[in-house]
Design a protein around this ligand. Structure first.
Ligand code: 13P
Length: 136
């Protein structure tokens, strides 16, 4: 069975929440290929020992690199704890990344509660479950 590829991304004020969530679900996450934006990926790798492929930091293009994975059908889910209370200089990139999840029907969780529900779904690791992909 091929491993799922998951992206982990958090804005600065949300990084502690994402780190706590990763630690809580480490047994499932260990079974997946993990990618992340630069700072988030580095933090998760150093704090948990998980292997994380790191792209550029979000403001420097990391969100767009993850968006490219989605457009190439190489990402199975995005866990993106974005910050609703602080403006980001790269807000258009954030919006573009979330938009591509909708375009390509990629599961995206933006809060710990949603992320809990996604990762504990019986469908999550099921080899029989493949989300429908649009037929462009
Ligand atoms: O800005 C981000 C997502 O929009 C995250 O980038 P970092 O992981 O490099 O902080």
């Amino acid at each position: 069975m091929s491993k799922l590829t998951l992206a982990l991304v958090a804005h600065d004020h949300k990084k502690p929440e994402l780190l706590a969530w990763v630690k809580q679900h480490i047994d499932v996450l260990k079974q997946c290929n993990l990618v992340g934006t630069g700072t988030t990926g580095g933090l998760i790798a150093s704090e948990t020992g998980l292997e994380v492929t790191r792209y550029k930091s979000g403001p420097l293009g990391g969100d767009q690199q993850i968006g490219a994975l989605i457009a190439e059908n190489k990402l199975d889910a995005l866990f993106f704890f974005w910050d609703p209370l602080n403006p980001a200089p790269h807000d258009p990139d954030v919006k573009a990344l979330l938009r591509l999840c909708s375009v390509w029907n990629v599961p995206v969780a933006c809060t710990p509660a949603t992320a809990d529900l996604v990762i504990t779904s019986p469908l999550f690791l099921s080899p029989d479950y493949k989300p429908l992909k649009p037929n462009f």
